[in-house]
Design a protein around this ligand. Structure first.
Ligand code: NDP
Ligand code: 8X3
Length: 251
């Protein structure tokens, strides 16, 4: 059975992706900080799909913890076929001149440095194994910069660039690298961005039909089903009602 390693599997896109791969008989390494939610998900999926799941309490910002978690994986779990770098967040929505530096650091540490720490530890394993597919979750925010998006947009532009860099440097090893860049997906994303203000978060998705985590999971799974000689480099996925960061057709 194949193995998929997913960062940020406790909610939203990561959780929907874990379910999608479980339905397709993959064994899963699910990670995140809310271990109780990972364990609850693991118990359900193991029972329903008779797969193996390793659930790891992991903050991707913690360089040592990331290294230790991956280095100490049992041998059978090191045969990782797919890495999904999904853990990420936006915190705050302020003009850059009023930005909160702690918020900037949380985004940079998670979305850029966390993705790098995890990848740095898993890429040599994939090279050693002789196979692998890395899928980075970017964003429309990595393609366009919108008002007050400043540092979040910069982190997702970095993901866009790092995805290209990985594809070039890993080329000789036959490791696939894909970026999936969604527009508006209704998850916990806006609750985190607005620091728990559910009303502000709900407003983001009012009067149009946003994407769901499951929509992105379908596409992530699809790109992993193509023959070895076919790679999807980059996919921008939007709700039909959204044309750009700034253009949403609301009722
Ligand atoms: P959610 O907030 O629902 O999920 C985010 C996931 O990331 C959670 O599982 C969370 O787990 C995990 N996470 C956050 N910080 C850390 C950390 N330091 N270490 C480990 N895990 C962490 O949002 P989404 O599902 O929407 O977000 C997933 C990805 O999709 C992000 O990279 C986001 O930028 C991107 N994206 C989202 C879009 C949207 O509109 N929703 C659009 C485009 C891209 P836990 O809290 O348990 O650690
Ligand atoms: C999340 C989508 O438009 O809020 O990456 O940046 S957006």
């Amino acid at each position: 059975m194949k193995i998929v390693f997913i960062t940020g599997s406790s909610s939203g896109i990561g959780k929907a992706t874990a379910i999608k791969f479980a339905q397709n008989s993959y064994n899963l390494i699910i990670t995140g900080r809310r271990k109780n939610m990972l364990d609850e998900l693991a118990a359900k999926l193991i029972k329903k799909y008779k797969i193996d799941i390793l659930s790891i309490n992991l903050d991707v910002r913690d360089k040592q913890a990331v290294e230790k978690a991956i280095k100490t994986l049992p041998e059978k779990w090191k045969k990782i076929n797919i890495l999904i770098n999904n853990a990420g967040l936006a915190v705050g929505l302020n003009p850059i001149q009023d930005g909160i530096i702690d918020d900037w650091e949380r985004m940079i540490d998670t979305n850029i440095k966390g993705l790098l720490y995890v990848s740095r530890n898993i890429m040599p394993i994939m090279i050693e194994n002789g196979f692998g597919h890395i899928i980075n979750i970017g964003s429309i925010a990595g393609k366009e910069t919108y008002p007050k998006g400043n540092v979040y947009c910069a982190t997702k532009h970095a993901v866009d660039s790092l995805t290209k860099a990985m594809r070039i440097d890993l080329l000789e090893y036959g490791i696939k690298v894909t970026q999936i860049a969604p527009g508006a997906v209704e998850t916990e994303f806006s609750i985190i961005r607005f620091k728990g203000d559910k009303k502000a978060a709900d407003n983001v998705y009012k009067k149009f039909t946003p994407l769901k985590g499951e929509d992105i999971a379908e596409v992530i799974y699809f790109v992993t089903t193509l023959p070895q000689h076919v790679n999807i480099n980059d996919l921008l996925i939007m709700p039909t009602a959204q044309a750009s960061s700034m253009h949403i057709n609301k009722d």
